[in-house]
Design a protein around this ligand. Structure first.
Ligand SMILES: Nc1ncnc2c1ncn2[C@@H]1O[C@H](COP(=O)(O)OP(=O)(O)OP(=O)(O)O)[C@@H](O)[C@H]1O
Ligand SMILES: [Mg+2]
Length: 503
């Protein structure tokens, strides 16, 4: 088993519609155990996983990879291949995986109404059950509640082949990975350890490069000044040697010039000048080769406004059907113009269903509601990008500035045939920021987003004056931003019925 590995040799890959290659001359060695794959949205993490598992073919170069590979997708749109076989299998491993990931026998029939967290568990269960030599898991903890996260973490830890893990979950990356592949175009760098250790190493590398760059620049400046000084000396010497401007009969002055030439004293300046030119070229070379990454400014501002209404929602107590046999009961619900509410609850407890129910009953004009849903399928994100491309130039420019300030590349996004989930989310957020909403509703906003953009979003939401309703499993994200919690819990006497409580 330990002889398993994946190796990229000089790989170049470009999507047909793209403006530039995503990878150029990429060589990588991925040994047994998990390698994390990290980088901003749209840099090519999913693409790298799909190349490693032969779902994509490189334009040039070779990839050595064992025969049995599985890619566990980032999107939760489709029923996993072989899920039906997993549900029907009577082997010990199938039973234990179904039990471990709490997979229910009717999930295939209920796929359309399963929550994304449940779909994620189904994907991971199928992938593990197939016992591949290479397992590439793309954002496995998106949508998952705390318990499911633990279960998935433990399940992945039991995997013995070559693992590739894309995640924005630092804890998972740190606890699972022996090395991390950092994609920071045009560089792809492998660093040992989890993401925290790797990111610290990257920071130190960047600091050292910055220091060396500054030293080289200073050295360059010094040599340049010296060169100017000597140029001046040489110029003076030249004018001393030149007889131009001297009267033909001024024999004394002409003789002096000849003496200066014969002694060669003034020629020394010229020689030194040539040496200095060499030194200057060398110093410039060094300054140019110590590459310092350009730091792009990240950060957005959400232009919310406070509604003049007393309430944005007044919903009397009621209940909602969650599929055929399950129900969610809720008390009287009110949202005021400056309320900041966290909506929490385990996977499948009906949070997204409730959000859809509330959306239809909000007393907010459509132009003043920003809603970022939990998932946007691939077809819908392509449509959205098409609409965006048709926007007037100034609006498009504004949107792309926001995308760029969230750390993704507008040129790549606009050329894409299929925006990545993170890019799609940024696009949606940017569209929501074109108006001044009275309420922002976000269902699992941190899913798919890279870390710097999550931080940018946190800061922007903290400063935003409108009402907020945030659905998330990420307590670290919710706590500073909200001051009330609507928590949905299963009823102890009847686990298929849920009740929303206000705290
Ligand atoms: N089929 C495609 N055709 C053209 N461009 C594509 C296609 N699929 C993805 N892209 C583009 O290639 C780039 C890399 O996409 P990829 O999905 O690998 O990014 P990612 O790093 O996984 O992003 P995220 O963090 O959002 O998941 C993105 O800019 C994306 O829009
Ligand atoms: Mg991806």
């Amino acid at each position: 088993m330990s002889r398993l590995f994946v190796r990229f040799h000089n790989i170049t890959f470009t999507y047909p519609s793209a403006v530039a290659p995503l990878f150029c001359g990429l060589s990588l060695h991925l040994p047994c155990g998990f390698s994390g794959v990290v980088g901003a949205n749209g840099v090519g993490k999913t693409t790298l996983l799909r190349l490693a598992t032969r779902h994509l073919t490189a334009d040039a170069g070779t990839i050595e990879t064992p025969a049995r590979t599985v890619y566990c997708p980032q999107r939760t749109d489709d029923v996993p291949d072989r899920f039906e076989q997993l549900l029907g299998a009577q082997t010990k491993s199938a039973w234990s995986i179904r039990e471990m990931l709490r997979i229910q026998s009717d999930w295939l029939n209920r796929w359309a109404t399963l929550s994304h967290g449940e779909r994620k568990r189904a994907q991971i269960a199928t992938a593990l059950w197939l016992e591949p030599d290479v397992l590439a898991v793309d954002e496995p903890t998106n949508h998952l509640d705390a318990l499911a996260r633990q279960i998935v973490g433990a399940a992945l830890r039991s995997f013995r082949g070559v693992g590739l893990l894309v995640s924005h979950d630092r804890e998972l990356l740190d606890s699972l990975c022996t090395q991390c592949v950092f994609i920071d175009p045009p560089d792809v760098t492998v660093r040992p350890g989890g993401v925290t250790k790797g990111a610290e190493a990257a920071r130190l590398e960047q600091q050292t490069a910055q220091r060396q760059h500054e030293q080289s620049k200073r050295a360059c400046e010094k040599v340049r000044r010296e060169a100017i000084r000597r140029e001046e000396l040489a110029r003076q010497a030249q004018s001393r040697r030149s007889k131009r401007g001297l009267a033909i009969k001024d024999h004394d002055a002409r003789e002096k010039k000849d003496r200066a030439r014969v002694s060669g004293k003034d020629g020394v300046g010229g020689k030194l000048r040539r040496q200095l030119r060499g030194q200057l070229a060398h110093a410039q070379d060094r300054a140019e080769t110590t590459r310092v990454k350009k730091q792009y400014e990240v950060g957005i501002w959400l232009p919310g406004s406070t509604s003049k209404r007393n309430t944005l929602l007044e919903l009397p107590a009621g209940s909602l059907a969650l599929g055929e046999h399950r129900q969610l009961a809720y008390p009287d619900l009110t949202i005021r113009p400056t309320d900041r509410i966290a909506l929490t609850g385990a996977n499948g407890s009906g949070k997204s269903t409730l959000v859809r129910h509330l959306l239809a009953r909000l007393e907010v004009p459509p132009g003043q509601l920003t809603c970022v849903p939990q998932e946007i399928d691939a077809g819908r994100s392509r449509e959205m990008l098409d609409q965006v491309r048709r926007l007037a130039k100034d609006r498009l420019g504004h949107l792309m500035t926001i995308v760029s300030r969230l750390g993704s590349r507008p040129d790549r996004l606009l050329a894409s045939d299929e925006p990545s989930p993170g890019e799609t989310r940024k696009l949606l957020l940017a569209m929501g920021m074109l108006s001044a909403p009275h309420i922002i509703i976000m269902d699992e906003p941190t899913n798919h987003m890279d870390l710097p953009s999550i931080e940018a979003l946190e800061t922007a939401l903290a400063d935003c004056p409108c009402a907020l309703l945030l659905v998330s499993h990420d307590r670290r994200f919710l706590e500073p931003l909200t001051h009330a919690t609507w928590h949905i819990a299963a009823n102890s006497d009847h686990p298929d019925t849920f009740t929303l409580g206000i705290r």
